[in-house]
Design a protein around this ligand. Structure first.
Ligand SMILES: Nc1ncnc2c1ncn2[C@@H]1O[C@H](COP(=O)(O)OP(=O)(O)OP(=O)(O)O)[C@@H](O)[C@H]1O
Length: 298
């Protein structure tokens, strides 16, 4: 019988995990898996469970939680030789990875969709010794977003990130940075540098419309200017899916990137606090095989 490890974060997404646990177990069982349930108790548990599933030759790892839990599980899979098929039920505030892969944001529908889902290889990226699937951000905005409290996130959802983002982008808080990529090097003052793998960043699906989860590239955005007028213009370009047309935004497609800042900064990695600068990032092409609903063309 095929073996599935089902990793659940009981605290994710307004503590909804309990409601969907049994439904997921039933679904995985109906798909022919013997299901082993692991509940996380704190940071690092999802990584350890996923790593154990690789070492014990499981066939599938299913994670249920927010982007933080999904990221932790992927970190457990990333370095192992045997990487089981991966699937997840999004229960977070933002759920960027689910948006990018066309996985329903409604947990019940996401569980239902598992029955007919198909495996698809997707890229992940490595920054220092941490892995991510979605976004790495460096700059004052990124540090502020890392500091959004759990209460704010639960109460305001995506809006909490947006408020912090707007506050930082309009504060004219620039950082002196150097960004080295495959074809060149950029130095100057930037508000934020984003390294995206998917088209969905912070819940906005139009930031990197071109990015595909399996295209083998990092999509780097250097936002050079700050202040309210620039912010309004850039925000409107993002909403039109045309950020690359803004004169203050540099868009780069690369397989590797190195970001240095004049003073040490902590990056934001898939929504949570990550490593500190200088940071080297590389793409790992089609590294994880994820179950995604059929009919999705991302
Ligand atoms: N049993 C638990 N109780 C409290 N916190 C937990 C538990 N298990 C894991 N965690 C913590 O939950 C964090 C991950 O939460 P996650 O991001 O998945 O949910 P979320 O915050 O609701 O979603 P989002 O990041 O999309 O807002 C991890 O940092 C981990 O330390």
């Amino acid at each position: 019988m095929k073996k599935a490890m089902f990793i659940v974060n009981p605290s994710s997404g307004k503590e909804l995990a309990g409601d969907f646990k049994d439904q997921t177990i039933e679904t995985l069982t109906s798909m022919g898996y013997e299901v082993d349930v692991r509940e996380t108790e704190g940071q690092g548990d999802a990584t350890n469970f996923a790593r154990q599933a690789c070492q014990e030759q499981y066939d599938l790892v299913t994670a249920m939680g927010g982007d933080g839990t999904i990221n932790e599980a992927v970190n457990g899979l990333a370095e192992q030789e045997h990487r089981p098929l991966f699937s997840f039920i999004p229960l977070g505030t933002v759920n960027d990875f689910a948006r990018a892969l066309g996985i329903p944001l409604d947990p019940q529908k996401a569980i239902e969709a598992l029955k007919t889902a198909q495996p698809r290889f997707t890229d992940i990226a490595k920054a220092q010794n941490q892995y991510f699937m979605n976004i790495l951000a460096v700059g004052q905005v990124a540090e502020n977003v890392s500091n959004v409290s759990v209460e704010q996130k639960t109460k305001l959802g995506t809006l909490a990130y947006l408020i912090e983002g707007v506050k930082a982008l309009t504060s004219e808080d620039e950082t002196e940075m150097t960004v080295e990529y495959d074809q060149g090097k950029w130095s100057g003052n930037a508000v934020i540098v984003l390294v995206a793998l998917t088209n969905s960043v912070g819940g906005f699906e139009k930031l990197a419309p071109e990015a595909q989860t399996d295209d083998g590239f990092l999509h780097v955005f250097i936002v050079k200017s700050a202040g309210l007028p620039a912010f309004i213009r850039i925000a409107s370009a993002i909403l039109r899916g045309k950020i690359e047309e803004d004169p203050d935004v540099l868009v780069i497609k690369t397989e590797k990137v190195r970001i240095e800042t004049q003073t040490e900064m902590t990056c934001n990695l898939d929504g949570d606090e990550g490593c500190t600068t200088p940071i080297s990032v590389e793409i790992l092409k089609q590294h994880i095989e994820v179950l995604v609903p059929i009919g999705d063309n991302n």
